[in-house]
Design a protein around this ligand. Structure first.
Ligand code: RAM
Length: 544
């Protein structure tokens, strides 16, 4: 009897323990269920190519290549493909979805299979740069080239994988001397959950701003699928940092708040056993996180996304449901603040402090600002939900962190914030100190002006980092500067031919790539769509 009692107690303890090991064990399933219920339907549009194009190597074109029109598309549909051998077609805009084509025997009878290669690309240079030998640090398989062998013609054939592209090259790899055939009816079923744009620009809005806005809207539309993806070509998944910026842009465009709700519930349901939101998740075959992918900047942005979602929708039910996750992210982040109230990467378990893909960027000072921003956003959320008492120590911690930042990170002589042991001067250190409310407006302006005029400053290498620079400029009253920077940076991409905004962009280096090989960059990237947010949120700055 005593034995049985001990055994039962032990079993009970094991159950309690295994639950104790998973902080949100009791809520996960319900959260994932809510995510499923908020899954949007995809709108479909059928699109056909506009014309046959010819590639032109041109030093003045972005990444050295552009296309010009060569023929009407009918030429492809009616000519023996053995004569054409290689054809490139332009679908006229960036599309995400599914491709099919048809073949037609023109003479004699089919006595052998046909082998064709299809290469889809988002940009002209991507289609004109050999992929092999592969030099990229990410999978070669992201590149969208497919070889297909047809053992039967006169049929419609679909390529199973989802494609994101504008240009398509078709090459003949093998055919018979004894019959001719044509390729016709190139058809693309484009998909997006975005729907219609619900907002307008003011009529007097300058043309360059209108162009930037249009391209940013297209970027967001393409990334809005059954989650907010980061890029429909690559990585085709949901990242918190991208979600936050997409949700901001969505507020001023498609206003598809159910999608934001779905993503918040996915991140909550798939948080790790300590309740920490994992940086990215996949939907298939069923929603799951990229295990172990902890990124402190991103887990904190869960809170900002929830706050903005609540402001957009007044959906207090969801916000209350997910408050415990938000509180947990902040508690977790504070493990990286040391006794001197400074961000310390070695303070806790190893983590990723992603702020931008610029090589060599020092994270210390920007992270101090990012944690401060998270504290302020999370406290605002707590106030809206009547939970301030639970987190009453946050404002005090924030004050100490601001003082510590001013004392240890500010270089009074240079009038800039420096970062790390080598006292690096970067744009993002200033931006995050401003966003973290460490500076006065005047100090913020001085610091930004300093770094932008100093050739040695470490610049952001992506529109992600640049977003936070613009945000900082607006916050410290640099409206005209924000407007010029935004129109030059994003407008620079428009002038170089972007029809969706790129993942990485450095006006001084067209070949910048976080992955060692520019064709694997995503040329339609979620985090680059935020001009939509700035242009609508500050119409007096950007639309006049
Ligand atoms: C890349 C993607 C994604 C981003 C992460 C940090 O893999 O570009 O958008 O959020 O990096």
């Amino acid at each position: 009897m005593k034995h049985l009692f001990t055994l039962c107690t032990m079993m009970l303890l094991t159950i309690i323990n295994s639950n104790a090991q998973d902080l949100f064990a009791n809520q996960r399933n319900a959260w994932l269920q809510k995510a499923e219920e908020a899954k949007p339907a995809l709108h479909e549009t059928i699109v056909h190519p506009q014309s046959i194009v010819r590639a032109v190597a041109d030093k003045n074109a972005y990444q050295g290549w552009r296309f010009e029109k060569q023929d009407e598309i009918e030429k492809l549909y009616t000519t023996n493909f053995k004569e054409l051998k290689t054809v490139t077609v332009d679908f006229g805009k960036h599309l995400t979805g599914y491709f099919s084509f048809h073949t037609r025997i023109l003479t004699n009878c089919e006595d052998a299979p046909v082998r064709l290669k299809f290469t889809f690309a988002e940009t002209p240079a991507e289609l004109n740069t050999p992929f092999d030998p592969w030099k990229g640090s990410l999978s070669r398989a992201w590149m969208q080239d497919e070889t297909i062998t047809l053992t039967r013609l006169n049929e419609t054939v679909s390529i199973p994988r989802r494609i994101a592209f504008r240009y398509l090259k078709i090459e003949l790899l093998g055919s018979s001397a004894y019959y001719d055939f044509a390729i016709d009816n190139l058809t693309f079923r484009a998909v997006s959950s975005a729907g219609d744009v619900k907002t307008n620009l003011q009529p007097q809005c300058p043309p360059i701003v209108q162009d930037i806005h249009r391209v940013a809207i297209e970027t967001l539309r393409e990334c809005m699928q059954t989650v907010y993806e980061d890029g429909p070509k690559r990585d085709q998944r949901l990242w918190v940092g991208d979600l936050y910026l997409e949700a901001l842009a969505n507020r001023y465009s498609f206003q598809n708040f159910q999608l934001t709700k779905r993503c918040l519930y996915l991140f909550a349901g798939l948080s790790d056993e300590n309740g920490v939101v994992i940086a990215n998740i996949f939907e298939h075959p069923e929603p799951h996180p990229q295990k172990g992918q902890l990124c402190l900047t991103y887990s904190m942005l869960f809170n900002s996304t929830l706050l903005e979602y609540l402001k957009d929708t007044n959906d207090y039910e969801t916000a209350h449901d997910l408050w415990c996750v938000a509180r947990r992210q902040m508690e977790y982040a504070l493990n990286y603040v040391n006794k001197d109230y400074l961000f310390d990467p070695n303070q806790y378990v190893s983590n990723w402090f992603f702020l931008d893909w610029r090589d060599g960027l020092d994270a210390h000072t920007p992270m101090q600002g990012a944690i401060l921003f998270a504290l302020s956003q999370s406290y605002e959320l707590a106030q809206m939900l009547g939970k301030e008492k639970e987190v009453s120590e946050w404002p005090r911690i924030a004050n100490r962190m601001k003082k510590a930042a001013r004392r240890h990170l500010y270089d009074k002589q240079q009038k800039v914030f420096v970062s790390g042991a080598n006292r690096q001067v970067s744009v993002l250190s200033q931006a995050w100190m401003i966003i973290g409310e460490v500076t006065t407006e005047k100090e913020g302006r001085e610091a930004i002006q300093q770094v932008l005029t100093n050739e040695q400053s470490v610049m952001p290498g992506t529109p992600y980092g640049t977003h936070y620079l613009i945000e900082a400029m607006v916050r410290c009253g640099m409206h005209q500067e924000a407007r010029s920077y935004l129109t030059e940076y994003w407008g620079g991409m428009v002038k170089k031919g972007a029809d969706t905004f790129w993942e990485a962009y450095d006006p001084k280096n067209d070949f910048i790539s976080p992955y060692g090989f520019f064709p694997v960059n995503s040329a339609c990237h979620a985090w680059s769509c935020t001009p939509v947010y700035f242009i609508h949120k500050y119409p007096e700055t950007f639309q006049r």
